[in-house]
Ligand binder design. Structure first.
Ligand code: GTP
Ligand code: MG
Length: 148
């Protein structure tokens, strides 16, 4: 089953938006299979964002992401990667539609409160990177109410 790595970034934690972000994924019907608060090492962040290493904003991004604890999550469900991205909204909150997490709750691209995997492959890679094999395997008793 498809998984996405969703993270509440340090600014989202500080602003008290953990519950709001979890609530949106729960309400949609997705299944939480991993969740932990942690202070990621620079090494972990640099591996996570390896594709952005050459970007001018990379050092600032690592500093921002090291600024406090994050809440790392693995969410499972049909099409969760693509749907998760649309629930988060555009990378730059100024372009995010109202109704999306970023479009409702933040302003600056460098303080955009949450992360979501950008492809099924990166979902797998990121869940493995942040959780190893320690995600939960269980079924929701509401599954037949959520899926046809
Ligand atoms: P994530 O879900 O966080 O991975 O965002 P994304 O996939 O929509 O964007 P991308 O992976 O390209 O960038 C990762 C993060 O780097 C973004 O969420 C921003 O926090 C930050 N970022 C991206 N572009 C810029 C930029 O132009 N300026 C600054 N300051 N930060 C940026
Ligand atoms: Mg990304």
């Amino acid at each position: 089953n498809e998984v996405s790595f969703i993270m509440v970034k340090p600014d989202g934690v500080q602003r008290g938006l953990v519950g709001e972000i979890i609530k949106r994924f729960e309400n949609r019907g997705f299944k939480l299979v991993g969740c932990k608060m942690m202070s990621p090492s620079k090494d972990l962040l640099e591996t996570h964002y390896v594709d952005l290493k050459s970007k001018p904003f990379f050092p600032g991004l690592i500093k921002y992401m090291s600024g406090g604890p994050v809440v790392a999550m693995a969410w499972q469900g049909k099409n969760v990667v693509k749907t998760g991205r649309s629930m988060l909204g555009a990378t730059n909150p100024l372009d995010s539609n109202p109704g999306t997490i970023r479009g409702d709750l933040c302003i600056d691209v460098g303080r955009n409160i949450c992360h979501g995997s950008d492809s099924v492959e990166s979902g797998k890679r990121e869940v493995k990177l942040w959780f190893g094999d320690s995600t939960e395997d269980y079924s929701l008793c509401t599954e037949n109410m959520i899926y046809e």
